[in-house]
Design a protein around this ligand. Structure first.
Ligand code: C5P
Length: 298
């Protein structure tokens, strides 16, 4: 896509600019089944995505360099350098393709860091999608998934951000149709605590509490769990306060912690009920981060 700026009868070509939303991820349920020898855990998790997230913009450059600027409410705590997952993803793709062109990227960081909703993973996946498009690259989906997994366990599922049953370390993906889920009003709440995923997994008690039945929303609500909740609460007791506060609102179908925390989510029957909960929580807990959104329809 080429953009044209028009003024005084002139048409000026500027570099093709494009963007991707890095959709926030939630784990509707996260069952930890086993600790593995390689330092990871085998999971069964139903991933769903919000309509909102960070936003990645970019355009192609001729000098071969990849640059990243970050803005937005959580920009200050994010390293825009080589350790950033967007940079890692962009450089891995560039090397794999032997691409001589570069890219100037800009990330608007709306999601809190280290918060269990896949911000960094979604950003990396958005970078892969954006650059495949901008560089007009031909990459097999399996090669892209391998690249994604090398960046982080949640990145493959974030590539197309659809509702999925995710198993293994995060690499085994199965499409799941959960009737009634798409479009449901969703509230994300974080008490302002950043948690290390590795630290929370290390606190898992090692008890396999059983598999995940993932096709039916009612069953998912009743029988689904997040097996990392206890370990995360031991590090961040404020998670208990969030879950307690979310449980009080009318029309709530489900509330649970997402990923390794500390963000918790609630699904509501109607947008009005979600809005009432969000307004009440903002008054009672002005320090909490709260996002009103919906389950992405993909
Ligand atoms: O893959 P990623 O770098 O996102 O994982 C961060 C850490 O979370 C890992 O080093 C590991 O300690 C833990 N983890 C895990 N089992 C998973 C995913 C992550 O133990 N399935």
């Amino acid at each position: 896509m080429s953009l044209h700026e028009q003024g005084f009868g002139q048409s000026v070509n500027i570099a093709a600019q494009d963007s991707e939303i890095a959709y926030a991820k939630i784990n509707l349920a996260l069952h930890v089944r086993a600790r593995r020898d390689d330092g990871y855990h085998d999971l069964e998790s139903l991933f769903a995505f919000a309509e909102d997230g960070d936003r990645l913009d970019g355009h192609v450059t001729d000098d071969g360099r990849i640059t990243l600027q970050v803005s937005g409410p959580f920009a200050a705590s994010l390293d825009p350098g080589e350790g950033n997952l967007v940079m890692k993803a962009a450089k891995a793709l560039q090397a794999r393709l032997g691409e001589s062109r570069g890219a100037a990227l800009h990330l608007a960081k709306k999601l809190p860091l280290a918060s269990g909703i896949g911000g960094g993973s979604a950003d990396a996946a958005a970078a892969l999608r954006l650059l495949v498009r901008l560089w007009d690259a031909k990459v097999a989906p399996s090669a892209l998934e391998d690249m994604a997994l090398a960046i982080g366990s949640d990145v493959p599922a974030c590539l197309d951000s659809r509702t999925r049953l995710v198993r293994g370390r995060g690499e085994k993906l199965e499409d799941r149709e959960v009737p009634g889920l798409a479009g449901l009003p969703l509230l994300l709440v974080n008490p302002g605590v950043a948690l290390s995923t590795g630290r929370v997994f290390a606190g898992w008690d090692g008890v396999d509490r059983g598999p995940l039945g993932a096709d039916d929303l009612a069953r998912l609500c009743e029988e689904g769990r997040n097996d990392l909740e206890a370990a995360a609460m031991a590090v961040a007791p404020a998670i208990c306060d969030v879950l307690d506060a979310l449980s009080r609102w009318d029309g709530r179908r489900l509330s649970r912690m997402s990923g390794s925390g500390a963000t918790c989510f609630a699904l509501f029957d109607t947008g009005e009920q979600r809005q009432a909960a969000a307004s009440g929580l903002r008054i009672d807990h002005p320090g909490w981060w709260i996002m009103e959104t919906r389950i992405r329809t993909a």
